[in-house]
Design a protein around this ligand. Structure first.
Ligand SMILES: NC(=O)c1ccc[n+]([C@@H]2O[C@H](COP(=O)([O-])OP(=O)(O)OC[C@H]3O[C@@H](n4cnc5c(N)ncnc54)[C@H](O)[C@@H]3O)[C@@H](O)[C@H]2O)c1
Ligand SMILES: O=C[C@H](O)CS(=O)(=O)O
Length: 491
């Protein structure tokens, strides 16, 4: 467990994995803007000072990526697959250290952090294999002397902007398909959590990924770097994960170059418990879905709808499970629930709780900042929640489980769909006819049926409506980094 005197390197098996310079063109460089501090959200102390790159330096990284991409694309898919496999193997061999680095800067419990390393690495493993399967096609000609071919080619340099809540996996979920397709990659991680991105650079170097193919450009000036990514003609693809609000800004900026964009944006997931559900399974699913990463995931249950006949029983079971959570430092043994990322996150949870109680709802358990202080917060359940409350429309992104009561299946589907978001949704039921009808009626990119965890590299992850554009994961994930070329041959 880190304290004021113990620094992060001292708890790493390989201290060299804690790198703080930027990784550009295969070189480790300082920032023209000095450094910015990375703090441990559990304690508030500075974990590291990281290179703060200027917009000009990022432009330089893009130029280096452009040059490197041309050579990288000449490799066969099989050659790229071998190198990506080595990258995957290095991530797994160093998973314990990468987990400690992640927890130190993001706060999640170490077990969850190490789990994220395995999840993040799975995208490198999967897309390394997909590198060998970028198939084109031939199409029968429209005239006797014509032959039609379809080629799939890498789009070019991909620039990525990612959030702090999954500082490893949100990058590898993009870099995996990008590099497999033959693209080069320039990653600007969230300023809260750059260390997990930089160590990916260190392992990329060890794996033999050529200089300039994978670059990490930390910067405290997010909007400046975003503008460079959107305005630099060397960037052919922008891939963003974060809030819908910022996604809109980037889409507007990228439209100037008609740039191809992938957007993984905000969520507002409904979690529906029907009266024919297995209640114990539903409670287990709700706990995983709501409280993973302390509620700070885009696919967390944001609204929990429970049919009237099982509402009281479900609420009682959920309360017992919530009160068994162990809030603490992510590096401490037994911790199940870490701190929130910052004080703004705490304020949003408090705002949502107050709005519920002001409008007639009640706190069933929790509801207050935790005795540990800082950004620790009591895991909370509120009851009597209705559609007119903030928590029904806004993403809480914290340890707040709001219970809505409903009677009728059509009503709950209407309430579940009453949002601008459409990322993940969940429901628990046994009746097969109901399962089919509800899964088809929910307006979301992802539907979990009798499960609260849907995260895998094998599924096409993404949202509809204002939750995003494109899909990450599964063989579909390669398409976002490929251009399709139609070749018409006269023979
Ligand atoms: N759909 C998904 O897969 C997914 C995954 C994780 C998080 N999210 C969403 O991300 C949000 C939480 O993450 P966050 O608080 O880091 O989101 P955010 O949108 O505030 O920031 C995301 C990233 O964008 C950068 N950024 C902020 N303003 C920018 C600008 N004007 N130009 C360029 N870059 C800018 C940030 O520094 C950060 O690196 C939630 O809404 C969550 O739902 C979505
Ligand atoms: O926060 C959003 C992440 O995409 C969550 S997941 O682990 O990929 O489901």
């Amino acid at each position: 467990m880190l304290d004021a005197t113990t620094d992060l390197k001292s708890i790493l098996k390989n201290p060299d994995l804690l790198v703080t310079k930027a990784y550009v063109g295969g070189q480790w460089v300082d920032g023209d803007n000095g450094t910015f501090a990375v703090t441990n959200p559990a304690r508030g102390d500075v974990v590291a000072e990281v290179a703060d790159l200027s917009r000009a330096q990022v432009a330089g990284a893009i130029a280096q990526a452009e040059a490197a991409q041309k050579e990288w694309a000449k490799l066969t898919g099989k050659e790229r697959a071998v190198i990506l496999r080595r990258w995957f193997d290095l991530m797994m061999e160093n998973a314990a250290d990468l987990g400690k680095i992640l927890t130190a800067e993001q706060g999640k419990p170490l077990a969850e952090a190490v789990g994220e390393i395995g999840y993040g690495a799975s995208f490198i493993e999967f897309f390394g294999e997909e590198a060998k399967r970028v198939y084109g096609e031939t199409i029968p000609g429209h005239q006797r002397d014509k032959r039609i071919m379809v080629l799939k080619q890498p789009i070019g340099v991909a620039a990525s902007i990612t959030p702090w809540n999954f500082p490893n996996a949100m990058i590898t979920r993009k870099a995996g398909p990008a590099l497999a397709a033959g693209c080069a990659f320039v990653a600007r991680p969230a300023a809260e959590t750059p260390l997990s991105a930089l160590v990916l650079g260190a392992l990329a170097e060890q794996a033999g990924i050529p200089a300039g193919v994978f670059n990490v450009v930390p910067s405290s000036r997010s909007s400046e770097i975003g503008k460079e990514f959107c305005e630099n003609p060397g960037v052919r693809k922008l891939t963003f994960t974060g809030s819908t609000e910022v996604g809109r800004i980037l889409l507007r900026q990228a439209s100037e170059q008609v740039m191809k964009c992938s957007m993984e944006l905000g969520g507002n997931a409904p979690f529906i418990v029907f009266d024919d559900a297995d209640l114990d399974a539903a409670v287990e699913g709700a706990m995983l879905c709501k409280f993973r990463n302390n509620g700070q995931t885009c696919v967390c249950a944001n609204r929990i709808y429970v049919q009237a006949g099982v509402y009281d029983a479900f609420a009682a079971k959920l309360k017992a499970a919530v009160e068994a959570l162990q809030v603490g430092d992510g590096l401490a043994d037994g911790t199940t629930t870490g701190p929130l990322i910052n004080s703004d996150a705490v304020a949003k949870v408090e705002e949502h709780i107050k709005d519920v109680t002001d409008k007639g709802g009640a706190v069933l358990t929790g509801g207050l900042p935790h005795d540990l202080g800082g950004t620790f917060f009591q895991p909370t359940i509120v009851t009597g929640v209705t559609q007119d409350m903030l928590v029904a429309q806004d993403e809480t992104f914290g340890p707040l489980a709001p219970l809505f009561k409903f009677d009728d299946e059509d009503d709950v589907i209407a309430m579940a769909n009453d949002t601008i978001f459409g990322l993940a949704s969940y429901f628990y039921a046994k009746d097969l006819s109901r399962v089919y009808k509800v899964a088809e009626a929910l307006e979301y990119g992802i539907v979990g049926v009798n499960t609260g965890i849907i995260s895998t590299e094998l599924g096409p992850f993404g949202g509809v409506k204002q939750s995003g554009l494109g899909r990450e994961g599964s063989h579909h994930g390669m398409e976002d980094y490929l251009e399709m070329k139609y070749v018409c041959l006269s023979v």
